[in-house]
Design a protein. Structure first.
Length: 125
């Protein structure tokens, strides 16, 4: 049984630097645009800005701004290939975190929250 499943285990005390690191990570992915970008990159090994725009339906300028923040926080790597810059996740930990978060949303999120979000989407169209 993993520590996640063992609810009887005493909580582990976190060191201050771990708390700061986690806080920075979660704040980095707390924006809906950044979540869409990171999710797209969990599904593809690497994408350029145009491809990210196609995958997410977001504007190139909105994506570019968020890519800069994600790169500055060392969550993405970038590689220039010809005239394009391709982005990929810096490591598989973020990929696993996003996939776990998506599973959580589908399985455990409050159904009234889901209905409210779906209702808001419908009123925008």
């Amino acid at each position: 049984m993993s520590k996640l499943e063992d609810l009887t285990a005493p909580p582990e005390t976190l060191e201050e630097w771990v708390i700061v690191c986690l806080s920075r990570l979660f704040s980095s992915i707390s924006d809906p645009t950044r979540i869409q970008i990171v999710h797209a990159l969990t599904e593809a090994d690497e994408l350029n800005v145009t491809e990210l725009a196609e995958h997410t339906g977001l504007s190139i300028s909105a994506i570019s701004h968020q890519l800069r923040l994600l790169r500055d926080r060392s969550l993405l790597n970038a590689t220039r290939k010809g005239r394009s810059v391709y982005y990929r996740l810096a490591d598989d930990h973020l990929r696993a975190l996003i996939r776990t978060g998506v599973q959580h949303a589908h399985q455990d999120c409050n159904s009234s929250l889901r209905r409210a979000c779906e209702s808001a989407e419908g009123s925008e169209t």
